[in-house]
Design a binder for this molecule. Structure first.
Ligand code: PGA
Length: 261
């Protein structure tokens, strides 16, 4: 795991976007795994800027998102399909039919998740997966207690996640209690992982992910077992890491080398 520690989330987002842009330039048909939430918004702004500046084109890219609230239609302003259109897809040259988000209104969720996983497999798997991290250490909606081998399925949100996400809804009671989510095992199959974490309220989760034991109690800790995981933090999110100076130095060197290739 390489950890890039920047002063601000803007700086960290720019560096993470550099990895994504470099991948799509070298493989214009790349398969991206995308995330929602407040965390990746700044990185998506950087990708939009790169696309507008003609540094990169997303015309050949296919994407699959991590999760979707169960019961929300794609037209709901808090659905993750709506979020992706608003924050990325409508502002870049990606072909909309090549973007995939789980259907929160599927009649049969088992069929929905099976065909979602099959489609990713048919596309050759995810080349680069973007992730945020929940304050309880979750990735996608893999809450504490999710098997580290879990696959895409229906999940129940913890009271903490409902509380965290209530800021996007009128009231906490409006936050859906369930979601369809890629599993930890599904996420781990991505060839490269780019996880973003910003703010002091993520410091415990980042500490657990990087320096805690591998445990289903902090599902992000599974990334310790991934061969190509990159974590981009601001100073506040990295503040509880014991070896943060070492990680920062090593991470900067690794990123420089990666982008020079
Ligand atoms: P946030 O959520 O980006 O809105 O903080 C992150 C997550 O729950 O994965």
């Amino acid at each position: 795991m390489e950890i890039i520690i920047c002063k601000t989330k803007e700086e960290a987002s720019r560096k993470a976007a550099d990895l994504v842009t470099a991948l799509v330039k070298s493989n214009p048909k790349a398969v991206l795994g995308l995330a929602t939430g407040s965390t990746p918004v700044e990185m998506y702004k950087c990708l939009i800027a790169d696309n507008k500046a003609k540094k990169v084109s997303f015309k050949g890219v296919r994407s699959w998102n991590l999760d979707e609230y169960w019961g929300l239609p794609p037209t709901h302003d808090q659905s993750y399909r709506y979020f992706m259109d608003e924050n990325l897809f409508d502002s870049i040259d990606i072909v909309k039919k090549n973007t995939h988000v789980l259907n929160g209104l599927a009649k049969d969720w088992k069929k929905e998740v099976a065909s979602y996983e099959a489609a990713i497999k048919k596309a050759g798997g995810i080349d680069l997966q973007v992730l945020g991290i929940g304050s309880d250490g979750h990735i996608a909606f893999n809450e504490p207690g999710s098997s580290l081998a879990s696959r895409t399925r229906i999940v129940s949100l913890t009271p903490q996640t409902i509380k965290d996400n209530a800021r996007f809804f009128k009231k906490a009671a409006d936050v859906p209690r369930q979601a369809l989510s890629m599993g930890v095992g599904s996420i781990m199959e991505a060839k490269r992982i780019v996880l973003l974490a910003f703010g002091a309220n993520k410091a415990d989760a980042v500490k657990g992910m990087v320096e805690g034991g591998v445990s289903q109690f902090c599902t992000a800790s599974a990334l310790q077992m991934h061969q190509d995981a990159w974590v981009f933090c601001d100073a506040a999110a990295a503040s509880k890491l014991k070896l943060k100076k070492y990680y920062a130095w090593r991470g900067d060197e690794a990123l420089k080398a990666e982008l020079a290739d």
